[in-house]
Design a protein around this ligand. Structure first.
Ligand code: RIB
Length: 318
């Protein structure tokens, strides 16, 4: 498939002059990533094979992903006034992100402890820390960036009421894309595009994770306030794109997965969301955007870590 829109070297667009292409409201974490031969059973201790510290957090991951694809990105969130917070701030600045909306909290910077097994599968525990102190008032202070952006991305690692307030902002110009991760109950009022995986969709719809595409569509239709559009990510099975969800013109398209050698799936969904937002900004339709997002995520899972795995646009242009 073709790369949507004009290519750019990546590393962030023109942050600071007018509204950004993309505003991301979400979490910022320090990731402690442990390689394990296998996941420990309850009560068991296993010896780790290695450890790495790196930037993470679903919000920051998605923001960095989009910036590396060449988009200008403003991030709204919080870090602690501690060493990890200062480190992450500097690293995000170096990515070219507009951090005007990133506040400091009394709580420590968010921390994620991640176990990764040899198949690349992961288990994650997040201690939200400063992410739990993100407020609705921060949205108002970042209003021009949020309301002027072409795409607004959110996830659920910050207080749900902040995400719900974001979705119903009256002056928002761009599409609100919600990645409902980690899975938590949330109102979908005002959400334009939802990007859940099977588990997250099942929690929102109330049921078991869907197996077939028909079950995916049924669960989407059963949502209390179904958004107009959805991209359901299916890991190694690709994704399902559904448009016209609420009306009679419903269209369902399957997007195949890219065959790759998986090393670490940490942040795969975030790479996907960053790629999706990038393509939507450049005018791609949702199916083309999901194809592009799948390519971004496929490359990310061939590398270790979260930020450290996210590709630049130039990595994808061959
Ligand atoms: O989606 C992956 C992310 O989840 C990690 O970077 C970790 O910080 C948690 O937020």
């Amino acid at each position: 498939m073709t790369v949507p829109g004009p290519g750019s070297g990546g590393g962030g667009g023109d942050a600071g002059s007018g509204p950004p292409d993309i505003a991301v409201v979400g979490s910022i974490n320090l990731d402690l990533s442990l390689d394990v031969e296998r996941f420990p059973d309850p009560g068991e201790t296993v010896l780790g094979l290695g450890v790495a510290r790196g930037g993470g957090g679903k919000g920051a991951n998605q923001a960095v992903a989009a910036a590396r694809l060449g988009r200008s990105v403003a991030l709204v969130g919080r870090v602690g006034d501690d060493g990890d917070g200062h480190l992450l701030r500097h690293a995000l600045e170096a990515e070219g992100l507009d951090l005007t909306g990133v506040g400091t909290a009394d709580d420590p910077t968010g921390l994620a402890v991640i176990e990764v097994d040899p198949s690349g599968e992961n288990r994650i525990v997040v201690v939200p820390g400063a992410n739990a102190a993100v407020t609705v008032e921060q949205l108002d202070r970042a209003g021009p960036a949020i309301d002027g952006a072409a795409v607004v991305l959110a996830q659920l690692e910050i207080p749900v009421e902040v995400v719900e307030a974001l979705a119903i902002r009256p002056n928002r110009r761009g599409r609100l894309v919600l990645n409902p991760a980690p899975a938590r109950p949330v109102s979908l009022a005002g959400v334009d595009v939802i990007v859940p995986n099977r588990t997250e969709l099942a929690l929102l719809a109330g049921g078991e994770p869907a197996v077939t595409v028909d079950e995916v569509v049924d669960q989407l239709r059963s949502l209390p306030e179904p958004p107009a559009e959805a991209v359901v990510t299916l890991g190694g099975d690709g994704a399902v794109v559904v448009t016209g969800l609420a009306g009679a013109e419903r269209r369902v398209e399957e997007v195949p997965a890219q065959p790759v050698e998986v090393v670490d799936t940490t942040g795969a969904g975030d790479a996907f969301c960053g790629g999706l937002a990038d393509a939507l900004c450049l005018g791609a339709d949702l199916v083309a955007a999901a194809n592009w997002a799948g390519r971004v995520a496929a490359l990310a899972v061939t590398r270790h870590g979260a930020w450290s795995a996210l590709p630049h646009r130039s990595d994808l242009l061959h």
